[in-house]
Design a protein around this ligand. Structure first.
Ligand code: HAM
Length: 413
């Protein structure tokens, strides 16, 4: 019986996993260079961790389950922020200020799979705890931008669209919305760009919300809030103002945000959001921790890969596969006997060495095999072994020299 991977998941064969690692390497480098320390948490949590404050959107997309025979409700993690807030709360007052954490966890959402949306994806999380100032917001945004720049993107390719939860909520409340309807209204506004105006208004009416509360956002880009004025200055100081714009269209569906919110998008509007984040100053306290302001974002691998591919910045095929320093081939019985020792010694010296498993004595064929692995050099064990020598061929230049067998490892060290 042939089995298939579940809908919305991916199998990563070596070349695909190498491409993912290429992205993760840019994420990790940007995090570490900016002083963030890596953390990880469990892949599943108690269900109520998510029902408290993530918002309806995410709760309706949970994979939830019970242990066979058990009655405790669990859920596969759909996002990292609740885990991070729980971990921060557990440290309590021993948490240093600031605490700068990053992680690259897998997440699970029972969404309808489509372009840019899967049921399992990787998401880079960067969170800065303990500093309630726009300089921290700017540092977090700059960290995202440094990773994107490392991957070859420029401010002509992507834009950070920044808004403010308080501005949006006060506009909603002033136009007649009841405070009890806020979470629902924010979740709906977050989806506005994904539907046409007619569908959107019919959803507003269906939910019994006042239409006027929503139409005021159309074309209104004049945001003013003291935090945003300072943030503008900070973004310039961090050298990333060219990448950023203030934009009311950004609401964010998650309920825990309290201050600035932002999303990173491909500039022309292709694909979904590459990343989303914002300030969540109350969540850690809500999970039983100390009062601890926080700001951070999550960047998914799925949309980012699509944007990079669209722009020719993510190569197809084996481009990101590790390449051997040395490929060892044998064209003689003595060579066959010598291979394990040579390969093992090279590896023991930290050198990426592979060998041929073919039985042919045809050196041309063996070198073709070496070429396919994109090895930099070949060691040929042939007739020269009788004088205690091997041939080292530079596969890039074609240049060939004889090296004593006894010093071949040294030659590559
Ligand atoms: P989010 O907006 O739900 O935020 O997700 C952030 C990013 O994760 C999205 O922009 C997208 O690239 C990716 N993503 C989300 N869902 C999917 C999916 N089904 N398939 C593929 N990619 C997806 C959060 O998760 C917040 N916890 C981020 C955060 C961290 N806020 C503060 N700190």
């Amino acid at each position: 019986m042939a089995h298939q991977h579940p809908k919305g998941t991916r199998d990563f064969f070596p070349a695909e996993l190498a491409a993912l690692h290429h992205i993760e390497c840019a994420w990790r480098t940007a995090s570490v260079n900016a002083g963030f320390d890596e953390i990880e948490g469990p892949t599943f949590e108690h269900l109520d961790l998510y029902t408290v404050k993530s918002g309806e959107g995410i709760v309706s997309e949970l994979f939830s389950f019970k242990r066979a025979g058990g009655d405790v409700d669990y859920a596969l993690r759909p996002e990292f922020t609740p885990t991070l807030a729980r971990m921060a709360a557990a440290k309590g007052r021993s948490l240093s200020v600031p605490t700068k954490w990053f992680g690259i966890p897998s997440h699970f959402r029972a969404e309808r799979p489509q372009r840019g949306r899967l049921r399992e994806f990787k998401q880079w999380n960067v969170d800065l705890l303990g500093i309630d100032a726009p300089s921290a917001d700017a540092e977090v945004i700059a960290t995202a931008i440094h990773a994107l720049a490392e991957l070859g993107l420029t401010h002509n390719d992507v834009v950070v669209r920044i808004s403010h939860r308080s501005v949006v909520t006060s506009m909603l409340l002033e136009s007649g919305l009841d405070a009890s309807q806020l979470d629902q209204a924010l979740a709906l506004l977050d989806k506005k760009e994904k539907m046409d105006d007619e569908t959107f208004l019919s959803k507003v009416n269906e939910a019994g919300l006042p239409e006027a509360a929503f139409t005021q956002f159309d074309g209104n880009t004049e945001i003013s809030h003291p935090d945003l004025d300072v943030l503008q200055t900070e973004l310039s100081r961090w050298g990333v103002a060219d990448w950023c714009t203030f934009d009311f269209g950004i609401v964010r569906g998650l309920a825990y945000y309290t201050g600035i919110v932002f999303e990173i998008h491909e500039r022309s509007g292709a694909e979904r959001a590459i990343a989303g984040g914002g300030r969540y100053d109350k969540l850690i306290e809500m999970f039983g921790g100390p009062a601890m302001p926080a700001v951070g974002f999550g960047m998914g691998d799925v949309v980012l890969s699509l944007v990079l591919k669209d722009k020719g910045l993510l190569e197809e095929g084996d481009a990101y596969m590790p390449t051997p320093e040395v490929f060892v081939v044998s064209a003689s019985d003595e060579g066959d006997d010598a291979i394990p020792n040579i390969v093992s010694s090279l590896r023991a010296h930290g050198i990426h060495a592979r060998q041929s498993y073919k039985t042919t004595r045809n050196v041309g064929k063996l070198l073709t095999e070496a070429g396919k692995t994109r090895a930099k050099n070949a060691i040929i064990l042939g007739a020269e072994l009788e004088e205690g020598n091997v041939v080292v061929k530079n596969l890039e230049s074609g240049e060939q020299i004889q090296v004593p067998l006894a010093s071949v490892v040294e030659h590559f060290s």
